[in-house]
Design a protein around this ligand. Structure first.
Ligand code: 3PG
Ligand code: MG
Length: 402
């Protein structure tokens, strides 16, 4: 095996699935609003591999987690409603069983049922512990394994890692595509390469910033995380959210960026509100005039500055909204970035949006088909951009599918 081959992920095309039951790990962890699926992107993204496996003559045992039930059965986190939506999309019956690897799951998987959906994997405390006994119970339900759960591949859990030791294993098309599209950002991106980062916490994104410093020409930072960077640069930010314990670390990272010649653009004006809530009083002001209010969005000048930088780029990666975009009054900065990224895409830039919130923002703004790639992964896409090898992907490279 050459080094190149060793790096290549085995995919569905390398598996012989005819007549077999295939355990498919999907990431069907979708946002729910009062029990209703508020964004079915991850379910839709899972259809391609499932369809291909069915067309190849396989029967399926689909599995996923939903939320964080932490080893207990939580009624609101059952997978049956997700199964209904999946069935609609596949135009086929989905048999949702009420247990994960118990008698109902075993019986359904031994039957002719074409698509069985196991119960929420995290109802079993052994899933998150990557327990070998649980992996063996999952593996016993099928004859082959496909991991298509890109969004969960940064978790070394039994259904992601453990089962690959026990069954012939391969990546689904979604997983393989995500890896290819995201790795393209890290390997030889066309310049200028601009990263736009937002969201609440800088601590989630420091690893990404550090890894991207070597690669990008500019980083635009918005969202609440920008306030910690502004404090590190000695600015006043009123009552905005700041991670005080990260300020020193952030200052060091800013110095590294400067030394590497990477421009770090921060907000110069903000939407200042009396509270981070719908209906609160707010005003667009220069940062220096924030007073005792808190920043809930980047201001129009900053939006324009970020937009200009993005429009001039040949490669763009965006993760995290610029403000509290769920509230219309605080969504303008996120909209400005989304529009600039769509414009850049139209003029030939390679643009990737990752993270649950930024892809939800893009969907809300109706721009999800105007960028090169929208990742289904939040934490997973961040870890990949940090240069980390994701446990689920490493397991497929070493697993029985090779
Ligand atoms: C996600 O939504 O980030 C993935 O589904 C993984 O979920 P987790 O963060 O609860 O492990
Ligand atoms: Mg997560």
């Amino acid at each position: 095996m050459t080094a190149e081959e060793a790096k290549k992920l085995p995919t569905i095309d390398d598996l012989d699935v005819g007549g077999q039951r295939v355990l498919v790990r999907c990431d069907l962890n979708v946002p729910l609003d009062d029990g209703r699926i508020s964004d079915d992107m991850r379910i839709r993204a899972s259809v391609r591999s499932l369809r291909a496996l069915l067309d190849g003559g396989a029967r399926l045992a689909v599995c996923s987690h939903l939320g964080r039930p932490k080893g207990d059965v939580v009624e609101d986190l059952r997978l049956a409603p997700i199964g209904l939506r999946l069935g609609e999309l596949l135009e086929q019956d989905v048999v949702a069983v009420p247990d994960v690897t118990g008698p109902a799951a075993r019986e359904a998987c031994a039957s002719d049922a074409q698509i069985v959906l196991l119960e929420n994997l995290r109802f079993d405390p052994r899933e998150e512990k990557n327990d070998p006994g649980f992996a063996a119970e999952l593996a016993a339900l099928a004859q082959a394994f496909v991991n298509d759960a890109f969004g969960s591949s940064h978790r070394a859990h039994a259904s992601v890692v453990g089962v690959t030791k026990l069954l012939p294993s391969a990546a689904g098309y979604l997983l393989a595509e995500e890896v290819e599209k995201l790795e393209r950002l890290l390997h030889d991106p066309e310049r200028p390469f601009v990263a736009v980062l937002g969201g609440a916490k800088v601590s989630d994104k420091l690893g990404v910033i550090v890894h991207l410093i070597e690669r990008v020409d500019a980083i635009c930072v918005g969202g609440a995380m920008a306030f910690t960077l502004l404090v590190a640069r000695g600015k006043g930010v009123g009552r905005s959210l700041v991670e005080r314990d990260r300020v020193d670390e952030v200052r060091e990272v800013l110095e590294r960026a400067e030394a590497a010649g990477v421009e770090v653009l921060l907000p110069t004006d903000v939407v200042a509100a009396t509270a981070p809530e719908e209906g609160a009083d707010y005003q667009e002001v220069p940062l220096a005039e924030i007073g005792d209010r808190l920043g809930v969005d980047i201001g129009p000048d900053t939006g324009k500055r970020f937009g200009d930088v993005v429009r001039g780029a040949k490669t763009v990666v965006w993760n995290g909204p610029m403000g509290i975009f769920e509230i219309d009054a605080f969504a303008k900065g996120t909209l400005a970035v989304a529009e600039a990224i769509a414009d850049a895409t139209r003029t030939g830039a390679y643009t990737v949006v990752g993270g649950g919130d930024s892809s939800a923002a893009l969907t809300k703004l109706g721009k999800d088909d105007e960028v090169s790639h929208v990742s289904t992964g939040g934490g997973a896409s961040l870890e990949l951009l940090e240069g980390k090898e994701l446990p689920g992907i490493a397991a497929l490279r070493q697993g029985r599918g090779r």
